[in-house]
Design a protein around this ligand. Structure first.
Ligand SMILES: *Cc1c(COP(=O)(O)O)cnc(C)c1O
Length: 390
């Protein structure tokens, strides 16, 4: 096969594993050796290390990013009849967690530049009549870039709302706010992370993390993660929680990989910067055929961790087919804004209600940006896109 026709996957987890296999396998073996599969020192150590890494006082290992969101909302007392303001342009779990608790997702439109919740739209919502009394806001740091948190926090404080950050795609991203540069996850009341294998810090299965700065809330979440059990007395339950524990095995895998995370994020940023330049040089941007993703704070080195590199493209569906036929990995995140999903039909949204998110859903395409991507692979991706528009 000629080199220029080599397939380029959207993500190559095997390449990453090959580079760290001895460390991961040793960590897993240790869990088997001590047979401590449920919580215990492996999870406690991971929580301590991750809390330090994320610059927060408390981190609670949980079963997935989805459960991090669900448990956060449970801990904050979100329940039937409450409203939770969030973005329609995110993975389903963000709004699913709200709905599962009998609360109502209230969608605010996104900013066309960064695809994140538009604070001006949140402000508009809060000024008008709402279908449910709001109790919380969930900003999502989509594709690895922080939402505009200063304004979101101001609005939340002014209206007495809790803030749950959905940082599933953004571990290690740092937000340059008025108070200084700080990692995402420590800005709101809780931060929710996912160790799903395709996230920037991926486990060997499901896993997640909640960060919390209030020690009382952290203690409550820690208890609710094991059916609301009392921290000292067995079979005494002080809340109705669930089984939301992080597996020790997954904690071990994450700990083995964590020392490499900032290098991987650097490599993702390097790839994104290379694409920005290559697409500009290709003329595709000037001709209005594609739009490269906007980096909001390029002067802050770690302000984006590029879980995805997402273009807007003319004739997106045509480009998608062309790339698939050419064996270039690509995907659409997300093809349907959440307010248009059939399972949320009872919320009463219609096409046109959130036009920025709806337009984005029709135009976006993610291309490979994973750390191990080679210069030749990047050239091949750019060339394949250029070929489509010739
Ligand atoms: C992946 C993801 C989640 C859910 O995480 P899981 O670990 O897969 O449950 C939630 N929100 C966003 C934005 C995600 O990308």
């Amino acid at each position: 096969m000629p080199a220029e026709k080599m397939p380029v996957p959207l993500l190559d987890l095997k390449a990453q594993f090959d580079s760290i296999k001895p460390q991961v396998m040793a960590a897993v073996e240790q869990v088997f050796d001590n047979q401590g599969f449920i919580l215990g020192p492996t999870v406690a150590q991971a929580e301590k290390t991750l809390a330090q890494y994320l610059g927060v006082p408390e981190a609670i290992g949980v079963s997935s990013g989805s459960d991090a969101l669900l448990l956060s909302l449970m801990g904050l007392g979100v329940g039937p009849g409450d409203g939770v303001i969030t973005t329609p342009f995110t993975f389903f779990a963000t709004a699913g967690a709200v709905y599962r608790l009998g609360a109502r997702p209230i969608f605010a439109d996104i900013d066309p530049e960064d695809f994140n919740l538009d604070p001006a739209k949140v402000e508009e919502l809060l000024a008008g009549p709402l279908p449910a009394k709001p109790k919380a806001i969930i900003p999502v740091h989509l594709f690895g870039q922080p939402a505009r948190m200063d304004r979101i926090m101001e609005l939340a404080r002014a209206h007495g709302l809790a803030v749950v950050e959905d940082a599933a795609q953004a571990i290690g991203a740092r937000y340059p706010g008025a108070a200084g540069v700080a990692p995402v996850g420590g800005l709101g009341d809780t931060g929710c992370f996912s160790f799903f294998p395709s996230k920037n810090l991926g486990a060997a299965g499901d896993g997640g993390l909640i960060t919390a700065s209030d020690p009382e809330l952290a203690a409550k979440l820690r208890s609710m993660r094991t059916h609301g059990s009392h921290p000292k007395e067995k079979y005494r339950h002080i809340y109705v929680g669930g089984n939301f524990r992080l597996d020790a095995m997954q904690a071990a895998v994450i700990m083995a990989k964590l020392p490499r995370l900032s290098d991987w994020s650097d490599a993702r940023r390097k790839n994104a910067g290379d694409y920005d330049r290559m697409f500009a040089d290709s003329g595709l941007v000037n001709k209005g055929l594609i739009k490269t993703p906007k980096r909001l704070w390029p002067e802050t080195a770690e302000s984006h961790v590029y879980n995805q590199y997402v273009l807007r493209a003319r004739d997106r569906d045509g480009l998608l087919k062309h790339l698939q036929g050419d064996k270039i990995g690509c995907a659409v995140y997300y093809p349907t804004p959440l307010h248009m999903l059939e399972c949320f039909a009872d919320l009463g949204y219609r096409a046109g209600d959130l036009p920025v998110a709806e337009a984005a859903a029709g135009e976006v395409i993610a291309i490979p940006v994973y750390p191990e991507l080679s210069p030749a692979q990047k050239e091949r991706v750019v060339e394949a896109i250029a070929a489509f528009y010739r």
